[in-house]
Every structure is written in structure tokens, then in C-alpha cells.
Design a protein around this ligand. Structure first.
Ligand SMILES: Nc1ncnc2c1ncn2[C@@H]1O[C@H](COP(=O)(O)OP(=O)(O)OP(=O)(O)O)[C@@H](O)[C@H]1O
Ligand SMILES: [Mg+2]
Length: 308
């Protein structure tokens, strides 16, 4: 894979002094789905707006398929479809005309078949003659996606595309995004639904306080950071973890009936056998045990908490 977007040392300080992004460098590979996670105000929208050339960077360089987003804006922008976080559509225009018009803005000749295909894939075809103002919130968001796809972009930015979209339509949207990726479209999305990132992304980036804290292949991330937990259910209530077991860093539940042991499943020795022997020696009987994998959500929360 080769990089379609190259971002070097991108920073943004707003006029009021807010540092929204600091020194972000990243290559986005052709055909990948990159999910950006981060708490509110982390800088995700600012990042997307700068890469799409809508917000001027304080410093740094962005090139899109070799075109500088500043000096060669039109050529770069033509390759990009953007679904903004904020809903901005002409209220009294009809859905189908809104979508057609967007295509025209990029100087593309009319293609009714393409417009129909998009509206159908977003379950909007039946609503094509409705005015935008008469649509539900989730439908309006889908109109934004239709607009972004109208000019057949090679790169698609989705800033929280599924916010306010119901569960079954979210799944449809995921299918649509996957189909686009299969057609070779590069996709960058932000989401607050961690399961969405886990489900969709090839790579996951975590933005926090304007910094790109981490960017990694999803599978690697889940393996590297996803330590496992051994959950021990106890036969009798324990008031405190005995001091001789201090080295294990066991977490006792509030009711004293269970303990959690964090371990690294990749390590040669997990320490489980020794722990069980030491528990028995300390007179603690285990009624049942099971293991669980740390989820991306836990990984995310840990990273964000650590930098507080
Ligand atoms: N035009 C602006 N002027 C001043 N500060 C701004 C402006 N736009 C954004 N900010 C600030 O930049 C920071 C990052 O905002 P941004 O919208 O990029 O966050 P986000 O990660 O998209 O958050 P959310 O998850 O809530 O959408 C915030 O502190 C925000 O208040
Ligand atoms: Mg945002």
C-alpha cells in the first residue's frame, strides 16, 4: 500500500489561543479505513477540517495524492468527500436535488444512475422528493453522506457519521463503507462508538488533547495492549488481599467475593499457575474462574485517563 495522504507536523492554534492540534504527522494509506477516536474537544474535527483544507493550519504540510492542500486546493479537494459533523443542508431543497447539486459543484457531469445508486444504498430513495427539513435527524445525516459521495471521491472523511443513526441503519452504513473500501476508496472516520472502530477499522488512531497519541493496526493494537484478565470467584468473602499476595496486584471486588488478576497472554509465563498455588497456600479457595480479553474500550479509557 502507498500513502494517499501525507501529513507532516500539522498544528493549529486558534485566534483565541486554543491549541487544538499539535505537531501531528501521519501517512494515510490508499484503501485503508482509519478510525479516529478521542474525547470531546480532542481535536478530531479540527484535524479533518485542516486535512480537507477548510481550516488553515498554523504550521505543517498536508498533501493529498501529491497535491498540497493549501496551494493546490482544488485538485486536492476534488478527490475528497467530506461528511461534516454538523448538519449543514439547504432546508427547503429536495433530497435528490441536494445530492445532484453537490456533484455539480465539483464540475462533474450529471449522472442520474450514480445519484440513484447512492440514494438507494443509503435507504433514501423513497425520500428523494422530500424536503430536507422534513427528514428525521438520522435521515439528514444520510443526506450528508449522499452529498459527500455525489462526485465519486477517492477519499472519504466521515466525522461521526453514525451519531443519531439507529442501530439497524448503522449496520447498513457500515456495509456501505465496506463496499466503498472494496472499491478502493480510502476512508477516515471519527466515532464515539468504540465498537464501531473495532468493527470497521484497519487502523485506529487516538487523538487526545490535540496530540495523536497512538496510531496502530487494529489487530496489533488489540494484541499488544489487550492484556488478559483472570477473574477469580471466591468461595468465601475476603476482607482484604493478604500481604503475601501483594506482588500480584490483585483487584478485590467491593463485595469481597471476587478478584481480578491482569496478565500478559503473550508472555512466556503468565504467572497463573504460581498465583493459584499461592492462593491455595494462603487458604483462599476459588469457586470458579474465567478469563477475559481487554476490550478496545478499556484500552482507550486507560490511555485517555493516563494523560489526564
Ligand atoms: N473556531 C474555533 N475557535 C476557537 N477554538 C476552536 C474552534 N474550533 C474548535 N475549537 C477548539 O478546538 C478544540 C478541538 O475541537 P474539535 O472540534 O476539533 O474537537 P473534536 O475532537 O472534534 O470533539 P468532538 O468529539 O466533541 O466533536 C476544542 O477545544 C474546541 O473548543
Ligand atoms: Mg468533532
Amino acid at each position: 500500500m502507498s500513502a494517499i495522504i501525507s501529513i507532516r507536523n500539522l498544528s493549529k492554534t486558534f485566534d483565541d489561543g486554543t491549541v487544538a492540534l499539535s505537531n501531528v504527522s501521519l501517512d494515510i494509506q490508499k484503501g485503508e479505513i482509519l478510525a479516529l477516536l478521542g474525547p470531546n474537544g480532542a481535536g478530531k474535527t479540527t484535524f479533518i477540517s485542516m486535512v480537507c483544507g477548510l481550516v488553515r493550519a498554523t504550521s505543517g504540510v498536508v498533501t493529498v495524492d501529491g497535491h498540497d492542500i493549501g496551494s493546490d486546493f482544488r485538485a486536492a479537494r476534488r478527490l475528497i468527500g467530506l461528511v461534516p459533523q454538523e448538519i449543514t443542508i439547504e432546508p427547503f431543497e429536495k433530497v435528490i436535488r441536494t445530492t445532484r447539486f453537490s456533484r455539480g459543484l465539483f464540475g462533474k457531469p450529471p449522472n442520474e444512475k450514480h445519484i440513484e445508486q447512492i440514494l438507494r444504498s443509503l435507504s433514501l430513495w423513497d425520500k428523494r422528493n422530500s424536503r430536507n427539513v422534513d427528514l428525521s435527524g438520522g435521515m439528514k445525516r444520510r443526506v450528508l453522506i449522499a452529498k459527500a459521495l455525489s462526485h465519486e471521491p477517492r477519499i472519504l472523511f466521515l466525522d461521526e457519521p453514525t451519531a443519531g443513526v439507529d442501530v439497524s441503519l448503522r449496520k447498513n452504513m457500515w456495509d456501505l463503507v465496506r463496499r466503498l473500501r472494496d472499491d478502493g476508496v480510502t476512508i477516515i472516520l471519527t466515532t464515539h462508538y468504540i465498537d464501531e472502530a473495532e468493527e470497521m477499522a484497519d487502523r485506529i488512531g487516538i487523538i487526545n488533547k490535540g496530540k495523536l497519541q497512538l496510531v496502530e493496526q487494529k489487530d496489533v493494537l488489540m494484541k499488544q495492549l489487550g492484556g488478559k484478565q483472570l477473574n477469580l470467584e471466591l468461595k468465601t468473602k475476603l476482607v482484604a488481599v493478604p500481604t503475601e499476595l501483594g506482588s500480584y496486584k490483585l483487584n478485590l471486588s467491593e463485595d469481597g467475593m471476587s478478584m481480578v488478576f491482569d496478565y500478559d497472554a503473550q508472555a512466556g509465563r503468565t504467572g497463573i499457575t504460581r498465583l493459584l498455588a499461592d492462593l491455595a497456600a494462603a487458604g483462599i479457595s476459588v469457586r470458579d474462574l474465567d478469563t477475559s480479553q481487554r476490550s478496545l474500550e478499556q484500552i482507550f479509557l486507560t490511555l485517555v485517563e493516563e494523560s489526564r
